[in-house]
Design a protein around this ligand. Structure first.
Ligand code: MV4
Length: 497
């Protein structure tokens, strides 16, 4: 095992990884930017090194500084967390060249999955189902010809893309030339690479992903699926495991395909294979995320596997401790991402000082948080501040627990997305498990006449809640309904002022 691990990240994930190191008895070090001087990860680590000013490009993305800090600290491994340098093959390569273990896959595997056209081709060759589409980046002439064969509606995607950037839907042939030009322009601006390819558009699909673990001896297992269909602008907001759309047979088939996908690129460590799952139960490879993911805790809760501790073991050259048949899913887990976004004003990110904090706890509740009283929430970084994860014996218990825990969660001084999550936990669609990637649009719009009546009722309820909240906020500088279980604590807070 390693002697000292450098955690090259910030926020809740840096704390999560440091905890795994602590449990493995490893010494820890981390890095921080100017506004993160007093951050939780800095206080949790045994050592913390300053790496630059607020902009990530001058701190958390500086490969040279991070490698230099690792050497200075005497760290023999680096965990990149997610985001920042986590899927940067050059960083993984720089670690290798410096004789430091990168806790993640090889630079080769990161590269193979980073280029979406190359990844699609490799997956097709390995017998992994991909959405019908073009094999290579295409010229405009090739695209027009290919489009006829694929059929409409279709989707233009950027070869260098991922996470929904540079995508364009095309419904009719006459839209194609302009959409191609727009997609290329967008891809060029975002990635400096204007290669695009076409896929058939799969409508009303679910986003279901499979967690995999691979050791350095060719053993790969999967830990089942996560349902991630509740997203807004390609930002996931709620995830759960298992998925209401996946039964044992589909899980086994998707799992086998995910394992095959990983083996095809010599994948090691933790990774996630993303699929689109259509209404008929067909699934198609979308992309592979070559990192630990934000939503990994829901898988941990239902499988009992500590994914981050396994990442450390795998990177240290240990064999996987499980065979596939040892992995069982038990109960149900849901995660709500807590962001500093105002759901009543178009999810506008906001900053400020956290003046009051009470995080939920109790049976089946797990909080992964970067929050503390007095924290300055900076607009320089991702608005996600914490994650609330609950486990229940079944989905109903998990939903009820989540609602209870959300009501307990109190953050003063900044606006959070918590009221949105409460609304989702109370929505009939969510409770019924009827999810797809347009769930949030519908939550806002309502389509049928019955849906519209429900929509009006929902608006009335939201307005009433808002007004109650506004009044409550005067006393409690808080965001939540007066239904919070912390009745006495809240009154106490009000009386104290
Ligand atoms: C698609 C698709 C429908 N058909 N590909 C969005 C992010 C990127 N990973 C791929 N994405 C999609 N690819 C085909 N052929 C729909 C999406 C998509 C989506 C996927 C997952 C989660 C949310 C989404 C929201 C909109 C579109």
């Amino acid at each position: 095992m390693f002697k000292k691990v450098l955690v090259a990240n910030r926020g809740e994930i840096a704390v999560r990884v440091l905890r795994a190191c602590e449990e493995r008895g490893l010494h820890t070090a981390t890095v921080y930017s100017e506004p993160d001087r007093t951050a939780l990860h800095v206080r949790y680590a045994e050592e913390a090194y300053f790496i630059g000013p607020a902009p990530a490009s001058e701190s958390y993305l500086r490969i040279d500084r991070i490698i230099e800090v690792a050497k200075r600290a005497g760290a023999d491994a680096i965990h990149p967390g997610y985001g920042f340098l986590a899927e940067n093959a050059d960083f993984a390569q720089a670690c290798r060249e410096a004789g430091i273990t990168f806790i993640g896959p090889s630079p080769e595997a990161i590269r193979a999955m980073g280029d979406k056209v190359q990844a699609r081709k490799a997956m097709k060759a390995a017998g992994v189902p991909v959405v019908p589409g073009t094999e290579e980046g295409v010229s405009d002439e090739e695209a027009i010809a290919a489009a006829e064969a694929i059929g409409y509606p279709l989707l233009i995607k950027a070869a260098a893309g991922g996470g929904g950037k540079g995508m364009r839907t095309v419904r009719t042939p006459d839209e194609l030339p302009r959409a191609l030009a727009a997609a290329r322009r967008e891809a060029k601006a975002a990635f400096g690479d204007d290669r695009v390819y076409l896929e058939k558009l799969i409508e009303n699909a679910r986003h279901v992903e499979i967690q995999i673990l691979g050791d350095e001896y060719g053993n790969v297992i999967h830990l089942g699926e996560r349902e991630c269909s509740i997203q807004r602008r390609h930002q996931k907001l709620i995830e759960e495991a298992p998925s209401t759309a996946v039964d044992d047979d589909l899980r086994r088939r998707m799992g086998e395909v995910a394992v095959r996908a990983a083996q095809a690129v010599g994948y090691t460590n933790a990774g996630t294979v993303e699929f689109l799952l259509d209404k008929e139960g067909n699934f198609y490879f979308l992309e592979m995320n070559t990192r630990l993911q934000v939503e990994h805790p829901v898988t941990e809760m239902v499988t009992g596997v500590d994914i981050v501790k396994e990442q450390l073991a795998i990177a240290a050259g240990r064999r996987l401790r499980w065979k596939q048949e040892d992995i069982q899913m038990k109960g149900w887990a849901i995660e709500c991402r807590i962001t500093a976004e105002d759901p009543f004003h178009n999810f506008m990110p906001n900053g400020g000082t956290v003046t009051y904090l009470k995080e939920p706890t109790g049976p089946g509740v797990r909080v992964e948080s970067s929050l503390y009283e007095g924290m300055e929430v900076s607009l320089h970084y991702d608005p996600m501040l914490s994650k609330l994860i609950v486990w229940g014996e079944n989905r109903a218990e998990a939903i009820l627990r989540m609602r209870r825990a959300l009501e307990e969660y109190r953050v003063g001084g900044i606006k959070t997305i918590i009221p949105f999550h409460i609304q989702v936990m109370n929505s009939t669609q969510f409770i019924a498990g009827l999810l797809d990637t347009r769930f949030i649009e519908r939550l806002d719009m309502g389509s049928s006449a019955r849906g519209q009546r429900r929509h009006i009722a929902a608006i009335a309820a939201a307005l009433l809640t808002q007004e109650r909240e506004r009044q409550a906020a005067v006393h409690l500088h808080n965001h939540q309904s007066t239904r919070s279980p912390w009745k006495w604590a809240a009154r106490w807070e009000a009386l104290r002022r």
